[in-house]
Design a protein around this ligand. Structure first.
Ligand code: GAP
Length: 486
């Protein structure tokens, strides 16, 4: 596990070297906090997304999925509160002109302090953030003589709010007022679900409680974007809004927080690396909120948010659109023995960042291993122990030699398997070198075709995690892999 800072740099280099993640527009020196996924990264990301989608929309019979557009009517973001509230307190250093998110600046400083002092400082910060006390936050920064990493001075501006939404112009019509054509790049996918609540409820004849799930890109003009793909300006979310009866929100909030933690564990994330963290300062739409945190190589950080969003969003869209957004519940209320009737549903939201989950999985998978061979010399490898069910390539098919009919047998196996799962064919280099490459990419199974295959139709299968090799029938390969990945 890459849980040490120095290993984290190695993990980042590994992701680049093996086609997982590249810096965006690297040939132009990159774009800060924007990343591209390479051939293996894109496949791993898709596998994680598909796993989430399946568990939400196929394994829960009361959750359906949609795919809303990134562009939305600009009033959406007025109604949701993002135009007025989606901002973070920032501070600028007057000497370097560098802008910091106040919580990140203080958290960074806390990391340099002894544990108890750090704890006290962070508690003070949380209390001030909860009260939106910007003067108090400035005082805290001044009192602790926190310095800018670039100028090394404590010459700070006041603390100010900074909106995180990106905007652009829509259509080609020129206007004197640039705001006329202004649209935002969505900062969360959730609003695409809220504005489609009635469409889905009516066309799908959905009965409360039910959920609407969605995956897609979101954009935030993060000021301090750091730690690789942990905090990006363009990222992907996997969100589910669960519509419920008013008053039942705490029950469902508890249910979904437990359910989501278990789901992360089903991806091989150990329970001791996950924890709940209740929000001190609630977002403008929430009456309860928590993070599921993971112990990343750089410390405990948010992986997923669970939010009880009340009826805030649907009511706001009702008010701004002037369209009635309600649900008629004809189930009987046991207290009155009458139907619950018309109401605006409450919502519990689960919201996980796909890129953050990718980082979780790859940092757990990354292992540098060393051992002594029988002759006493040292051997080593770097291996990505990605769970087989989401690994980008499941099976490598490797003819021992490029001749004697071995490639032909290998290609037949490839044809047999490739419609069922991702396979990779490789005939170059010594077999040991090819195994190491597959370890580094994270391919869980390698099959070698050799001269014995021609005699008895058996092959060597090698398991990535244990490096154990065994002989099995060629005809069994496909079923064995299918069994392991399902
Ligand atoms: N709809 C609710 C919402 O967006 P959030 O806590 O702001 O809540 C949810 O975001 C999740 O999205 C986070 O837990 C995180 O995994 C991911 N996320 C948020 N900002 C991100 C960023 N800048 N880069 C990568 N992932 C991010």
């Amino acid at each position: 596990m890459a849980n040490e800072a120095n290993n984290f740099q190695e993990l980042i280099s590994h992701c680049k070297e093996y086609g997982y993640i590249f810096q965006s527009s690297e040939i132009y020196d990159g774009l800060a906090a924007v990343y591209d996924y390479g051939q293996n990264g894109a496949q791993l990301k898709k596998n994680i997304r598909d796993y989430w989608w399946k568990s939400m929309t196929q394994l829960h019979d009361n959750i359906v999925g949609i795919d809303a557009a990134i562009f939305m009517h600009p009033t959406t973001w007025k109604a949701s509160g993002h135009v007025d509230n989606f901002s973070d307190p920032m501070i600028d250093n007057k000497d370097s002109n560098k802008r910091y998110r106040v919580d990140h600046l203080i958290e960074g400083f806390a990391e340099t302090l002894p544990e108890n002092d750090a704890k006290r400082l962070l508690e003070d910060m949380d209390a001030l953030l909860a009260k939106d006390d910007y003067a108090g936050l400035k005082e805290l920064i001044d009192d602790n003589k926190i310095k800018c990493a670039i100028s090394k001075t404590s010459n700070w501006t006041d603390v100010r709010q900074f909106n995180l939404m990106f905007s652009t112009e829509f259509g080609a019509v020129a206007s004197d007022n640039p705001d006329d054509n202004k649209v935002y790049l969505r900062p969360e996918t959730a609003q695409g679900i809220f504005v489609n609540f009635l469409n889905v409820q009516k066309t799908g004849r959905m009965k409360i409680p039910f959920g609407i799930a969605q995956t897609g890109k979101a954009f935030r003009n993060e000021i301090v974007a750091r730690q690789f793909i942990f905090r990006m300006r363009e990222f992907e979310q996997m969100e589910m809004q669960f519509f419920i009866r008013p008053g039942s929100q705490m029950e469902w909030y508890k249910f979904w927080s437990e359910e989501r933690k278990k789901w992360h564990q089903s991806l091989g994330i150990p329970a001791e690396k996950l924890r709940f963290h209740d929000h001190v300062k609630l977002a403008h739409y929430a009456d309860a909120a928590m993070d599921i945190e993971f112990e990343f190589p750089f410390g405990w950080k948010e992986l997923e948010g669970i939010h009880s969003r009340t009826d805030f969003d649907l009511k706001q869209h009702q008010e701004y659109s002037k369209k009635k957004i309600q649900y008629f519940d004809n189930d009987l209320d046991p207290d009155t023995n009458k139907p619950y009737g018309n109401y605006t549903p409450y919502v519990v939201e689960t919201s996980v960042g796909l890129d953050r989950l990718f980082l979780t999985i790859i940092s757990l998978a990354y292992n540098e291993e060393k051992w002594l061979k029988e002759d006493g010399t040292e051997d080593s490898r770097v291996v990505l122990k990605i769970p087989a069910k989401i690994a980008p390539t499941k099976l490598a098919i490797l003819p021992l030699l490029k001749k004697d009919g071995l490639p032909e047998i290998a290609k037949e196996l490839m044809d047999e398997c490739k419609s069922s799962f991702m396979c990779f064919y490789e005939e170059k280099d010594a077999i040991g070198k090819r195994y190491r490459r597959m370890d580094a990419i994270g391919t869980p199974f390698c099959v070698t075709i050799d001269h014995q295959t021609k005699e008895d139709n058996t092959v060597t299968i090698r398991y990535r995690d244990t490096m154990v090799q065994e002989r099995i029938a060629l005809s069994e390969v496909k079923n064995l892999v299918l069994q392991k990945i399902n």
